[in-house]
Design a protein around this ligand. Structure first.
Ligand code: GLV
Length: 336
C-alpha cells in the first residue's frame, strides 16, 4: 500500500515525528530556520498532508501548489498564518492545537504581568550591570502590586479564562471583554463583563487573549491606549498585530501607561530598531507562550494525531474549519 506523503516544516519534538513516520512517508525540513517560500512551495507539491509552524505563511499560492493536499496541521493555536477560507474552499482540513497550550500560555501572561509590575528585567540588568551600589534602599526600583488589583482580560476563551483562574488566587477583581457574554464563566471566574473602553479605563492590568483577524487588527490603538490608567500595565501573549505597536511605544515612553509585558510583536523577530527595545518599563520575551517541554511535546503529538486522523478519514481531535466537511466529507479522504 502506498503511504501518504507528508511535509513537516521544522524538526519538532517527539513523539510526533515517530507517530507520523509509522504511517506516512515524511519529508522534514532540516535546520532551525523556517523553509523559504520557494522551498515550501517546492516541497508541498504532491503531498497529502502538511505539518506547519506559525512562521510559515500558507496562503492561496502555497495551497494552490499542492492539489493533492488534504490536511494542514498547524503546530499552534493561532491560525492567522493560514488562508483558512481558501483551504476550506478546496476541501482541505485545517487542524490546530488549542487546549494543550492553555496553561503554559496563561503562565507566561501571568509571569509577564508580575515581571512588568515588579520591574524584574530592569532589576536583573541593574544587578548584572554593576549598578547595585547600595545594599538596600527604601526607594530603589519601586513597582506596582498585583494582589487585590483589577485585571482586565480581553478575550475570555481558554487562555483568558486560565489567566482569570490565576487572578482569583491573587484576589484580583477580574473584568473581561469578549464578543459574547458568558454568564457561566462570569460565575465560575467571578468575572464582570465590561465594554472594551470601560475595561481599559478601570483596569490596573490588561491582558490580551484574542486571535488576530481583520476585526482585531490594532484593536488596541492610540485612542484605546489613551483610555488606560497611568499606572496600568499591558500584557500581550496573543498576536502583535492586535496592538498598534508605534502607539504603544509612545504610550510607554510618554508615561500614558506604566509598563508592558510583551511576548508577541507585529514583526518577529523584533527588528533591531524597534523603539520597544529602548524602553526600560517593558519586559520582552521572544514568542515563547507555549514553550515548555511538556506543552511542546504534547503539541507534537496532537499535530501528528490531527493529521493522521484526517488521512484515516476520522474526526481529528482539533479541527479549525468544521465547515470543510460539507465540501469534502472525511469518508472521501480516507487514504488508509
Ligand atoms: C502561538 O502563538 C500559537 O499560536 O500557538
Amino acid at each position: 500500500m502506498i503511504k501518504p506523503r507528508v511535509y513537516v516544516t521544522r524538526r519538532t519534538l517527539q513523539p510526533g515525528l515517530e507517530l507520523l513516520s509509522s504511517r506516512c512517508e515524511v519529508t522534514v525540513h532540516q535546520g532551525e530556520e523556517p523553509p523559504s517560500r520557494e522551498e515550501l512551495i517546492r516541497n508541498i507539491r504532491g503531498k497529502d498532508g502538511l505539518l506547519c509552524m506559525l512562521t510559515d505563511r500558507i496562503d492561496s499560492e502555497v495551497i494552490g501548489a499542492a492539489p493533492s493536499l488534504k490536511v494542514i496541521s498547524s503546530f499552534s493555536v493561532g491560525v492567522d498564518h493560514i488562508d483558512t477560507a481558501e483551504a476550506t474552499r478546496r476541501g482541505i482540513y485545517v487542524t490546530y492545537t488549542p487546549g494543550v497550550l492553555t496553561q503554559a500560555t496563561a503562565d507566561l501572561a501571568f509571569t509577564l504581568m508580575m515581571a512588568a509590575a515588579r520591574r524584574i528585567s530592569e532589576a536583573d540588568r541593574y544587578v548584572r550591570n554593576g549598578e547595585w551600589k547600595i545594599g538596600w534602599s527604601p526607594t530603589m526600583l519601586l513597582g506596582e502590586e498585583a494582589y487585590g488589583k483589577t485585571l482586565g482580560i480581553v478575550g475570555l476563551g481558554r487562555i483568558g479564562s486560565a489567566v482569570a483562574e490565576r487572578a482569583l488566587g491573587f484576589r484580583m477583581k477580574v473584568l473581561y471583554h469578549s464578543r459574547t457574554r458568558s454568564p457561566e464563566k462570569e460565575k465560575k471566574l467571578n468575572a464582570e463583563y465590561r465594554s472594551l473602553d470601560d475595561l481599559l479605563k478601570e483596569s490596573d492590568f490588561v491582558s490580551l487573549h484574542i486571535p488576530f483577524t481583520e476585526k482585531t487588527r490594532q484593536i488596541i490603538d492610540r485612542q484605546k491606549l489613551g483610555l488606560m490608567k497611568k499606572n496600568a500595565v499591558l500584557i500581550n501573549t496573543s498576536r502583535g498585530q492586535v496592538v498598534d505597536e508605534d502607539a504603544l511605544a509612545e504610550a510607554l515612553e510618554k508615561g500614558w501607561i506604566a509598563g508592558a509585558g510583551l511576548d508577541v510583536y507585529s514583526t518577529e523577530p523584533l527588528p533591531a530598531d524597534s523603539p520597544l527595545l529602548k524602553l526600560k518599563n517593558t519586559v520582552l520575551s521572544p514568542h515563547i507562550g507555549s514553550a515548555t517541554h511538556q506543552t511542546r511535546s504534547l503539541m507534537s503529538e496532537i499535530t501528528a494525531k490531527n493529521l493522521l486522523a484526517v488521512l484515516k478519514g476520522e474526526e481529528p481531535p482539533y479541527l479549525f474549519n468544521p465547515e470543510v466537511k460539507e465540501i469534502r466529507p472525511l469518508s472521501e479522504i480516507k487514504v488508509f
